[in-house]
Each structure stands twice: as structure tokens, then as C-alpha cells.
Design a protein around this ligand. Structure first.
Ligand SMILES: Cc1cc2nc3c(=O)[nH]c(=O)nc-3n(C[C@H](O)[C@H](O)[C@H](O)COP(=O)(O)O)c2cc1C
Length: 439
């Protein structure tokens, strides 16, 4: 089992829509789910019909919680209706972005909410088969999901003629093998087909040519968990929880130098400064805030002076970063930004699938250059070389893993160049020197 108590600390500022069953006894069982509005939205979906479900989800302003933030209902509407091919719905439970750990509690505490969301999505697009693709490291969650799926089959929410609607739907789990790249939707589909997890060229997009060449919707766990709530509350009420173009709530994962690290459900558009200070309790030890990565390690870093921002897709984009997957990484004044960037680039160099040369070579270059630089062997040209390498990766790869490595690289160097210069002047890491001097 996971350590639920350690990351679900709770805050009075939370608005619990998709986390409302967290902490209930036996929250994973179908009985508790049914006692707390469970599977009501599915019955409602059958009354509404597929087109009305799609337009309700579209109007709710729900945007993909996997990172890109695309309007979910709009994505569903791209699935061709006049095709004889089977259609698929795939739940992306690969959750591998450093700093992001919110799909895990959703599956750990409320698997039926996810299952209901998947069935509704399948009904809306006309799919008869769904898959939950779950990262290999979340193997313990597989038992929880498989048990919940078996319960749903047992009570007639999966299988043939669900709730006498005439709709048939099958659902199965499938594990990944620990590759970050397999969270990218087309690499995920290759992996699901039993192929190596390389990304595919887009277009065509999976909604048209996806699993086994058939129309497929890939949605993140959190995205799908919101669907039952949207149908129960109605699109308008759900949309009103957030900001005009960003409906509902969002799970934010606070980590790093913060008093109360954890996963919190807050309205879309919640102010980042308040999130750090009032929800997370601020930076510990009386230290000053230096920087924040707002949406997982692939997003450009924000300096402390930039954190008075609404956490919705447009507001964060306006200041040059991304809302991403909700992983808010907080760094205090004693953080070495060269070392922090090195840690990030080590991850991307390790996880590059090697398919595209700019990503495969560029991430390795960035890692090696930063390692040498941090260890005291840097040259004056290194920051500009690292920027040059980053710009030569950016936008030049088949999938956005290359961008994920380039964007933090560019922002760290541009915003914290003085720290690179300090390393150069000292011939060592100034933060490590200071730490040694203090002890
Ligand atoms: C390298 C890489 C890794 C990704 N990993 C994940 C992941 O672990 N989970 C996820 O939901 N989306 C991930 N994505 C985004 C997916 O490609 C896709 O946009 C998402 O699953 C779509 O679902 P949504 O519209 O509900 O957000 C990743 C993208 C890239 C480029």
C-alpha cells in the first residue's frame, strides 16, 4: 500500500470534487462508491446520449491534466463517427514527470471514480474497449485497480449491456516497464501494442489513427476522474469552480522546500504565492524562496518575483512557463540552480528514448556540460553553449521530450546566470562551499 497519510495533508482552502472520498473507510470498494454518488453519472450519460455527453464535457472547460491542457470534450469530438473501425479509450496512468504524484492517490483511494470516467468516455466516443496503461513502478496499484474492475464487472457496470443501456464495454489494465517516454501518448500506444516505446509522427493524431491504427482517445487519470463530477454537477457549475477557460479544480503536488509537502485539490486559477504560503505553509527554516517550477520538471522555472500568478493555463503561459502536470517544485535560497538543473538534465538524458538525434545527443551534452561545470571545470562559454544546445533541441524532435529538457535549461540559465558566473569565478559550487563553512 502507499503512504496516503504522508502526502494527503489537507488544507481548509481545498475544494474537494475528485478527492471527496479520500480518507473514507474502504474508499476503494464499490459499496462505498455507490453510497457516495457512484455510477450515477454513468446512468445520466446513458440518458443524455453520446453527443450531449461530449458537449457537456466541452462546456465544462475541462482541460487535459496530463500536461498539454487541451479541452477534453473537444478532443473527444475529433473521433470520427462514420467509421467501421473499432475505437479505443486509453487511460494514461504512466505518471512519471518529476514533481508529479497526483494520479497515484486518485487510483489508490478512489479507483471506481476513474473506472466510471473511463466508461463514460468510452460511451461518448463509441468505444467498446478501454485500457488503463499504468507505470511499472505503480505495480501495487494494479491490485487495487484490478479488484475494482472485477467489482464493476460483478455489478454490471462493465461488460455486456451495461445498466440495460445496450452499451457493451470491456476494461483491462496494462503495465509499462519504467520508461518516462511511454507516458507520451503515441509511445504509450506503441508500448500497448507490444512495440518498443518510440513516439509516432503526428499528425495523424490518435483520435483518428491510434491503437492498432484505429481512433483512440488517450486521457490522463485526473482528466477522466473529473468526468463523473461534471455530469453530476452539470457543466456550468463545474466550470464556475475555476476560471473562464479553465473549468473545475486541479490537483497540485507541492514538493521541495515547503513545510507541508503534499497533494492538494484547489480551484483552477488559485494563486501560486498563496498556494506556497497558505496551503503549503511556506518555506521552512525561515529561508527565502528562490524559485518555483510550476508544473513538473519539464516546465520553465519561475523566479521568486514571478510567483504572484494565477495557476491556470493562460496566466502561467503569459509569464513564460506552463501549468503542465501540476507538479509544483519549490526551491529555497540555498538551492544551487546549477545543481538543480543538472539533476533535471540527468533525468532527461537518462529517459530520452534515443529516437531523435537532437534529443538523444543534446540531453547527453547538457548533462555532461552541467556536470563538468558544477564540479568546477566550467568555461566562460559553457552557459552560452548550453543555451545553444537547448535551442537546437527545442521544437526539433518528434515528441516533446526534447522540449522538456530544453525549456528548463533555457530558463535556468537565463534567469540564474549569475549563479553560473559565481561557479566559474570560484572554480567550485559556492553553495557547497558555504555549506562546508557552516558545518
Ligand atoms: C515525454 C512525455 C511524457 C508524458 N508523460 C505523461 C504521463 O505520464 N501521464 C500523462 O497523462 N500524460 C503524459 N504526457 C502527455 C501525453 O502525451 C498526453 O498529452 C496526455 O496523456 C493526454 O491526456 P489529457 O488530454 O487528459 O491530458 C507525456 C508527454 C510527453 C511528451
Amino acid at each position: 500500500m502507499g503512504d496516503y497519510e504522508s502526502y494527503m495533508k489537507g488544507s481548509p482552502l481545498e475544494v474537494k470534487v475528485i478527492t471527496k472520498r479520500f480518507g473514507l473507510a474502504n474508499s476503494t470498494s464499490i459499496d462505498v462508491y455507490l453510497e457516495t454518488d457512484g455510477y450515477q453519472a454513468l446512468a445520466k450519460a446513458f440518458e443524455m446520449g453520446p453527443a450531449a455527453v461530449i458537449s457537456e464535457v466541452k462546456n465544462s472547460g475541462l482541460r487535459g491534466r496530463g500536461g498539454a491542457g487541451f479541452n477534453t470534450g473537444m478532443k473527444w469530438s475529433f473521433v470520427p463517427k462514420d467509421t467501421s473501425k473499432p475505437k479505443y479509450i486509453v487511460c494514461n496512468a504512466d505518471e512519471s514527470e518529476p514533481g508529479t504524484c497526483k494520479d497515484r492517490p486518485l487510483m489508490e483511494s478512489d479507483p471506481h471514480q476513474l473506472i466510471e470516467g473511463i466508461i463514460i468516455a468510452g460511451f461518448a466516443i463509441g468505444a467498446r474497449q478501454g485500457y488503463i496503461y499504468i507505470r511499472g513502478e505503480y505495480r501495487y496499484l494494479l491490485d487495487i485497480l484490478d479488484r475494482a474492475i472485477a467489482e464493476a464487472y460483478g455489478r454490471g457496470y462493465l461488460g455486456r449491456n451495461i445498466l440495460n443501456s445496450g452499451f457493451d464495454f470491456e476494461l483491462a489494465t496494462h503495465t509499462g516497464a519504467g520508461a518516462y517516454e511511454c507516458g507520451e501518448e503515441t509511445a504509450l500506444l506503441n508500448s500497448l501494442e507490444g512495440l518498443r516505446g518510440y513516439p509516432r509522427v503526428k499528425p495523424p493524431f490518435p483520435a483518428v489513427v491510434g491503437l492498432y491504427g484505429c481512433p483512440t482517445i488517450v486521457n490522463n487519470v485526473e482528466t477522466l476522474c473529473n468526468v463523473p463530477a461534471i455530469l453530476r454537477m452539470g457543466a456550468e457549475a463545474y466550470a464556475r469552480l475555476g476560471t473562464p477557460k479553465n473549468g473545475g479544480t486541479r490537483l497540485f503536488c507541492l514538493s521541495g522546500h515547503i513545510r507541508r509537502p503534499g497533494v492538494y485539490e484547489l480551484p483552477m486559477g488559485f494563486n501560486l504565492k498563496r498556494m506556497i504560503e497558505e496551503v503549503g505553509g511556506g518555506v521552512p527554516g525561515g529561508k527565502a524562496l528562490k524559485a518555483v517550477i510550476p508544473g513538473g520538471s519539464s516546465c520553465p522555472v519561475l523566479a521568486a518575483s514571478e510567483v504572484d500568478v494565477a495557476m491556470d493555463f493562460e496566466s502561467v503561459a503569459r509569464i513564460g512557463s506552463m501549468l503542465g502536470s501540476g507538479g509544483v517544485i519549490i526551491m529555497d535560497e540555498d538551492t544551487c540552480m546549477v545543481k538543480a538543473l543538472l539533476r533535471i538534465e540527468k533525468f532527461y538524458a537518462h529517459e530520452s528514448c534515443g529516437w531523435c538525434i537532437p534529443c538523444r545527443e543534446g540531453t547527453a551534452w547538457l548533462k555532461n556540460l552541467l556536470q563538468r561545470f558544477h564540479d568546477g571545470g566550467g568555461t566562460e562559454q559553457d552557459p552560452d553553449t548550453a543555451l545553444d544546445v537547448s535551442f537546437n533541441i527545442l521544437g526539433k524532435t518528434l515528441c516533446p521530450l526534447g522540449d522538456a529538457a530544453a525549456l528548463p535549461g533555457i530558463s535556468f540559465i537565463q534567469k540564474f546566470r549569475h549563479e553560473f558566473e559565481e561557479h566559474l569565478k570560484l572554480g567550485a559550487c559556492p553553495f557547497e562551499r558555504r555549506a562546508v563553512a557552516v558545518t
